[in-house]
Ligand binder design. Structure first.
Ligand code: FES
Length: 332
């Protein structure tokens, strides 16, 4: 492996990377290969990591890195153009061209492969394949037994067909095309019916797919089921919040003693920013972990999609968490 240093251009909080290649990967899906403009190595990442892409007009979106973590010279993301989304994927498809320089964050990871698995099952729904593809590469390199299932509408909607061919030929990867009817696709309940000794499952995909996987994996041992949402799950009215119907609450900054009121119409991050307390945010939807902060006192209603119970006993995400106590003390 090269020992090339990381470029000084990439030493700060964000990196300015060159769009080296844009590839058609499937219906509505482009992949973008991002490299250092001078050919230097990029900051390392592990499978499951994502980067923020900064687009014109202050639009910031998170995309999982899909290539092998051993590749230190590039990050490859794949983006499905979502006509009904918030506009980020459309803007990215329209704005980003080969030879452009784009500002991206350093990689962050809320969706790690955990150590010690004997066998790993990867289940991808649509564009949710991107972090799982990186995991397949990492597992291949580590010599860990795995099997990947990739659910898509049809072959034309499946990304990375060329790269996946050897995985498919070796029997590691199984495609499941449902023609748009999930009941005609992979039987997730059957697949997850009997967890093997030391087996872990990772899944990522759209809302209905996530619900199906969660229901099918309910009986798996604690700590063996891992997932990442790429959109915040929709909540039914009233599902959110013990606290938001009536109350504001107070956040205290532990180091200074400053107390800040968070009203029911704003997030903790917004209230802190309004009071001049710097708090970095990115997705503002409880998906990326940028605004994760330790809390020292108080009861929290979490509302994020990334932390497990152990992390929730220590951290909250300032963009979506609320307090169910009157006071929350943050380790800031
Ligand atoms: S900004 Fe992404 S989790 Fe809060």
């Amino acid at each position: 492996m090269s020992t090339q240093p990381i470029s000084t251009e990439t030493q700060g909080q964000t990196l300015n990377l060159l769009v080296r290649q844009v590839r058609f990967e499937g219906r509505g899906i482009n992949s973008y290969e991002l490299v250092d403009p001078d050919g230097a190595q990029l900051p390392p990442f592990s499978a499951g990591a994502h980067i923020d892409i900064h687009l014109a007009g202050g639009v910031v979106r998170q995309y999982s890195i899909s290539n092998a973590p051993r590749e230190r010279h590039r990050y490859v993301i794949a983006v499905l153009r979502d006509e009904r989304g918030r506009g980020g994927s459309k803007a990215l498809h329209e704005q980003l061209r080969v030879q452009d320089i784009v500002r991206v964050s350093r990689p962050r990871n809320n969706f790690h492969l955990v150590d010690g698995a004997r066998r790993v099952l990867l289940i991808a729904g649509g564009i949710g394949v991107t972090p799982l593809k990186a995991m397949a590469h990492e597992l291949d390199d580590a010599g860990i037994d795995y099997e990947m299932h990739y659910c898509a509408k049809d072959a034309r909607s499946a990304a990375f067909a060329d790269e996946f061919e050897s995985m498919r030929a070796s029997g590691r990867l199984h495609f499941h095309f449902d023609g748009g009817d999930p009941s005609a696709g992979l039987d997730i309940r059957d697949l997850l019916n009997a967890p093997g000794e030391g087996q872990h499952v990772y899944y990522c995909g759209p809302g209905g797919f996530m619900n199906a996987c969660a229901a099918a994996a309910q009986h798996w041992p604690p700590g063996t089921v891992h997932f990442e949402h790429f959109k915040a799950p929709e909540r039914s009215p009233g599902e959110h919040a013990a606290n938001d119907a009536n109350d504001s609450f107070i956040v205290r900054i532990a180091r200074t003693g400053q107390e800040i009121e968070v009203t029911k119409d704003e997030s903790i991050a917004e209230a802190l920013a309004g009071a001049g307390v710097a708090m970095e945010t990115s997705c503002c939807a409880g998906l990326c972990g940028t605004c994760k902060v330790r809390y020292l006192e108080g009861e929290v209603e979490h509302n994020d999609c990334i932390m497990n119970d152990e992390e929730k006993s220590e951290y909250l995400t300032a963009c979506v968490s609320r307090a169910t106590s009157k006071l929350l003390v943050l380790d800031l």
